[in-house]
Design a protein around this ligand. Structure first.
Ligand code: PLP
Length: 374
């Protein structure tokens, strides 16, 4: 069995979640829009998933909308906000996921929306203080900043940004694809208008995500059709995906503290081992505000550097050489570029889940020693 340390890219579906989905695939197949008993059974599953997810996040049931993924939810918010909320300016950062940055490029070029990307320092800390100078403005503004950076593990101070946005009369959206399942949220008090999440980052299947849309920041339909998802996102619901994300959410939050403690132990063990064994190693990202599931390591220049992720793969250690979506690609990471990471250093992102075992970390360190020092 390979050692899988790429959980920020995606997580495996856990056996009991897979079993529940499989059972539902056998037993529960009515169209949730049908009024007969099969339809009603499917509808009940969807609405109980929505209610539970809302409850876990401190939202109202009517504020949660299922989507196919975080990419879709992020696209929906950025694309509809100018039309439905009169947003003329979007403030974001150069460290966001491409589903945000590419959407912003289009909005800027095709619709003339003003896009402001906040400065970041060499640790990838976003200069949120500058929001105080940018807000309020006579241009209706949406601030879109990710909660946890998928490449660096940096965690944004959500409360602070939400407060600045509320003081400055701006809408606030946070892409929490890497945060949901690892952090507790209370959306009732947070002050964010939108939050997006993706099931496959916390052991639900791929192809299911959701959007929190606060009751007073209503977007109009994104996909028009059969009026599903309260007419915001038409299309027959991904019933079995919703059953999966429901169970994965419940498990993540029932065991949040234990899982986070485990992740912290795993991460600090790997950090310590790497520090002790390799010279001139650096850890990307901020020192203190870090998610426990991501460790981004910068290795000094060496002959094997370029192929380090491939060599690890050959040894059965699966990691990412950059962000999930650019792994396997030769293109440089926009995040590492934005923080000015030297191009002759190689970054490996190790990312964990509660299923990661300590001996897998030891195997990884051993493999790195064999490759780099052997
Ligand atoms: N946002 C962040 C921060 C991510 O890490 C990812 C996935 O890598 C996404 C958005 C896209 O998520 P999805 O695969 O659900 O579209």
């Amino acid at each position: 069995m390979a050692v899988y340390l790429d959980h920020a890219a995606t997580t495996p579906i856990l056996e009991d979640i897979a079993k529940e989905i499989y059972q539902a695939m056998l037993d529960c197949n009515g169209n949730p829009s049908s009024t007969h008993q099969y339809g009603r059974l499917s509808r009940t599953k969807i609405e109980s998933a929505r209610a539970e997810i809302a409850h876990i996040l401190g939202a109202s049931t009517g504020e949660i909308f299922f989507t196919s993924c975080a990419t879709e939810a992020n696209n929906m918010i950025l694309n509809r906000a100018p039309i439905d909320l009169g947003v003329a300016r979007i403030i974001s950062s150069p460290l966001e996921h491409h589903c945000i940055l590419h959407t912003l490029e289009r909005l800027e070029h095709e619709q003339g929306i003003e896009v402001v990307l906040l400065d970041v320092n060499h640790e990838g800390r976003v200069n949120i203080e500058s929001l105080e100078e940018l807000l309020p403005s006579n241009k209706k503004t949406l601030v879109s900043l990710m909660h946890v950076n998928n490449e660096l593990g940096n965690v944004l101070d959500l409360e602070r940004v939400a407060a600045l946005c509320n003081e400055g009369a701006a809408y606030f959206h946070t892409d929490a694809a890497q945060g949901v399942g690892k952090f507790a949220y209370n959306l009732e008090t947070l002050g964010a208008h939108f939050l997006t999440a993706s099931g496959h980052k916390f052991h639900a299947p791929k192809g299911i995500g959701f959007m929190y849309m606060r009751h007073d920041a209503q977007l109009k339909p994104w996909l028009t059709g059969g009026a599903q998802e309260r007419n915001i996102r038409s299309g027959t619901e991904n019933l079995h995906g919703i059953i999966g994300i429901h169970k994965a959410m419940m498990q993540a939050y029932d065991h949040l503290d234990d899982r986070v403690t485990h992740l912290q132990q795993i991460k600090s063990h790997l950090k310590k081992e790497l520090r002790e064994r390799f010279v001139d190693i650096m850890f990307n990202g901020t020192e203190n505000s870090q998610s426990p599931h991501i460790l981004s390591v910068s290795f000094p220049p060496s002959a094997k550097n370029d192929m380090l992720d491939m060599l690890l793969d050959m040894d059965g250690i699966l990691v990412s050489g950059g962000s999930a979506c650019s792994s396997g690609s030769v293109k440089a990471s926009h995040v590492l570029e934005a923080i000015g990471s030297p191009s002759d250093r190689k970054t490996i992102r190790f990312s964990f889940s509660h299923v990661t075992q300590m001996d897998e970390i030891n195997k990884t360190v051993q493999a790195l020693e064999n490759i780099l020092l052997g």
